[in-house]
Design a protein around this ligand. Structure first.
Ligand code: GRF
Length: 199
């Protein structure tokens, strides 16, 4: 079994897409060992608990010291003994020690076609606001490996999504989730799960 940890901060629709893909056997021989959140109120944790998946909250509020927080996050991931760490809307900067320990084993989903609309400050609706402001006709999503930079790691998969005339940031965000993110992230996991078995 290929074991993954999914790190979340919010609603968890990408987590749901992964859980559904496992259920529908679009992702095979893979299990979610743990869902970790920085936010105790994240609905993503409820989704995981309802599905009988182990959860853990590593909260900045409870561990305000940055080094202590980074160590707690890394040990939460280490304890789960996973092959892959999946960032699915996780809003905490990944500690460098974790990036080193899990080199090429952490992936993130970003809601634009990198290198557009990415890097520091581009998260959530801000990404889509910037895309609409620039007037791009195509946006999309990217799954990439996580390195020391912000959205700078090697690109694994991308999918383009049309931007429409009357789009608001919220409408574009939703279309990119439905047409790209929820498809791409499960695909990336399936790809890596099976690559790992062949190597
Ligand atoms: C997604 O748009 C993802 O690309 C971004 O954060 C959002 C998470 O949404 N990084 P959800 O929690 O998976 O619903």
């Amino acid at each position: 079994m290929f074991r993954i940890a999914v790190l979340v901060s919010g609603g968890g629709t990408n987590l749901q897409a992964i859980m559904d893909a496992i259920e529908q056997k679009k992702i095979t021989d893979t299990e979610i060992a743990v869902v970790i959140s920085n936010n105790a109120d994240a609905y993503a944790l409820t989704r995981a608990k309802n599905a009988g998946i182990a959860t853990k909250c590593v909260s900045r509020k409870e561990i305000p010291d940055r080094d202590a927080y980074d160590a707690a996050l890394l040990s939460a991931v280490d304890e789960a003994k996973v092959d892959l760490v999946v960032l699915a809307g996780f809003l905490v900067v990944i500690p460098e020690a974790m990036i080193r320990a899990y080199r090429n084993r952490i992936i993130n989903i970003h809601p634009s076609l990198i290198p557009s609309f990415c890097g520091t400050g581009y998260y959530g609706l801000k990404v889509h606001e910037a895309a609409l402001k620039r007037g791009v006709k195509v946006s999309g999503a990217t799954v990439h490996f996580v390195d020391e930079g912000t959205d700078t790691g090697p690109i694994l998969l991308q999918k383009a999504v049309e931007v429409k005339e009357d789009d608001t940031p919220e409408i574009l965000q939703r279309r990119i989730m439905e047409e790209a993110e929820w498809i791409l992230l499960p695909q990336a996991i399936q790809l890596l799960a099976h690559q790992s078995r062949e190597s």
